[in-house]
Design a protein around this ligand. Structure first.
Ligand code: UDX
Ligand code: ADP
Length: 480
């Protein structure tokens, strides 16, 4: 079988997935020109910023990879048309959020951006082009992409007679915060497709740094479904451990001990067993809801219900934490200052999409509290966007000590500002700097009796207690 050689790649979408993935491909394959295109000019400018601290995605190690390849064989631009027509291989790496209205609203993925990409590829591609689904897509999306690409031949006035396409699915399994490591040493690379030559052309790219035995070849539909299933299984593990965390608190067990005990069983394994405020991020909820929608579509309501429960437990865990803060603070937080430490959906990322902090903060605001929010990487504008509420310092009214029942929030640029005069501090993200706080010196700054709510189980309980503060820790039933 003669190999199809790839010398130019175009990736449509310079987001969390497209940017880092293409940076690693360019870094590992110096003979291939990699063009990442996006409609968003600001984002493209940020990828091209001389100061690597200004890249639009914060990922440990990304700056080094970008600095090695950018300007040589890695290029970011808005020239969608030109880059598609020069490419042997086009990756589709655009956003696929949950639909907010119409058929399947709240569950199905909104595929308008994917479809738009397929149409752009159909219009501008030349010669034989391998089109790769990189974004997480519902099962059988490749069918729609294939149909759109095929229609490119049918326009008699175009010169598309010479043009042909192969569609592959190559889902990304990178997690934010460890994206570069996940890309450089993946557990596996999955390639789904029918055209063996196209599959091998893509495998050849990965073989620059991934051993062949880690490159799995499947049919298109298995590949698409594997991505949804992997995320559903991971999310299910978190809902499972979180449901048991509540049980631990009620019975005197300790979730860390339980997690260690079950994780030592090699069939279960120790990873992904940290109880917390619920999963966030752009993938888990979206992908499960999509799976639920597809199960209904394919006449499997029991399967749909089973997976929907994973999301329901996740929502419940978030409300549960907000409720217990209120309960411990004598049943009311109206007019009280509550410090929030961490707003990103997990440590080592500035991403706030579906962060549990959003729902918990909203619940506490609804109860009338004054929130002071600090996160080492999340900007004030991002929190404003997520909470969709005016900041307290945006208004002329001073609500700090008011008992009007209306909540308000403020952005804090350091931990001391969060803690000063607070009745409680709530840790929502497991940032390293929150693990070793000096409670001895922080405690006197708070209004007594004061509480520490540790939803990530990261603080030293004894130290907090010794400093005279009350503590609630996720899944710790030792006070029972
Ligand atoms: C996830 C998948 O891990 C990745 O393979 C896929 O490609 C995209 O979705 P990501 O969303 O970046 O990656 O983050 P992940 O590390 O999986 O964490 C998701 C959420 O689960 C976070 O909110 C995290 O705090 C939470 N989590 C994770 C826990 O609460 N406990 C754990 O033990 C692990
Ligand atoms: P992900 O997390 O999957 O990478 P993001 O939302 O971070 O998703 O990024 C997707 C990017 O795709 C956005 O920057 C968006 O502007 C871009 N995009 C969407 N549709 C198109 C298109 N038709 N052409 C070029 N870029 C697009």
């Amino acid at each position: 079988m003669e190999n199809f050689s790839v010398s130019s790649i175009c990736c449509i979408g310079a987001g969390y997935v497209g940017g880092p993935t293409m940076a690693v491909i360019a870094d590992r394959c110096p003979e291939i020109q990699v063009n990442v295109v996006d409609l968003n000019e600001e984002r493209v400018a940020a990828w091209n910023d001389k100061n690597l601290q200004n890249l639009p995605v914060y990922e440990p190690g990304l700056d080094l990879v970008v600095s090695r390849a950018r300007g040589k064989n890695l290029h970011f631009s808005t020239q969608v048309e030109r880059c598609i027509s020069n490419a042997d291989m086009v990756f589709i790496s655009v956003n696929t959020p949950t639909k907010t209205k119409g058929l399947g609203a709240g569950q199905a993925s909104d595929l308008r951006w994917v479809e738009a990409c397929a149409r752009q590829v159909a219009k501008y591609a030349k010669g034989h082009t391998i089109v790769i689904e990189k974004s997480t897509l519902p099962v059988r999306t490749a069918e729609a992409i294939q149909k759109i690409l095929k229609s490119a031949h049918r326009n008699p006035s175009s010169d598309k007679a010479q043009c042909s396409f192969s569609v592959l699915s190559n889902p990304e399994f990178l997690a934010e915060g460890t994206a570069i490591n996940d890309l450089e040493t993946p557990d596996r690379v999955l390639i789904g497709g029918e055209d063996q030559k196209a599959i091998e052309a893509l495998a050849e790219i990965y073989r620059h740094w991934v051993p062949d035995e880690k490159i799995l070849r499947t049919n298109l539909w298995s590949s698409e479904l594997s991505k949804l299933t992997a995320n559903a299984f991971l999310a299910q593990r978190i809902s499972s451990i979180n449901s048991i965390s509540a049980f631990c608190e009620a019975t005197g067990a300790d979730i860390k001990e339980v997690a260690r005990a079950i994780g030592s069983d090699s069939r279960i394994g120790p990873k992904f067993l940290a109880a917390g405020p619920g999963f966030g991020g752009s993938c888990f909820q979206k992908d499960i809801l999509n799976l639920v929608y597809l199960c209904h579509h394919f006449g499997l309501p029991e399967v749909a219900e089973y997976w929907e429960r994973v999301v329901m437990i996740n929502n419940w865990q978030q409300h549960r934490i907000a409720r217990l803060v209120v309960k411990k603070l004598f049943g009311t937080v109206t007019g009280k200052k509550i410090g929030i430490l961490g707003f990103s959906f997990k440590a080592d990322t500035n991403d706030t999409r579906e962060s549990p902090a959003i729902r918990i903060a909203k619940d506490l605001l609804e109860e009338g509290s004054n929130l002071s929010i600090y996160d080492p990487k999340v900007e004030i504008e991002q929190i404003t966007h997520e909470l969709n509420l005016q900041r307290e310092d945006d208004t002329n009214t001073k609500k700090e000590t008011s008992l009007t029942g209306e909540g308000a929030w403020k952005y804090a640029s350091n931990i001391k500002d969060v803690i000063k005069d607070a009745d409680a501090v709530l840790i929502l993200t497991e940032w390293q700097e929150f693990r070793s706080l000096d409670w001895e010196s922080l405690a006197p700054l708070m209004r007594q009796p004061a509480w520490v709510f540790d939803s990530r189980g990261i603080v030293n309980t004894e130290q907090v207690k010794e400093s005279g503060l009350n503590i609630w820790k996720i899944g710790d039933g030792s006070d029972q």
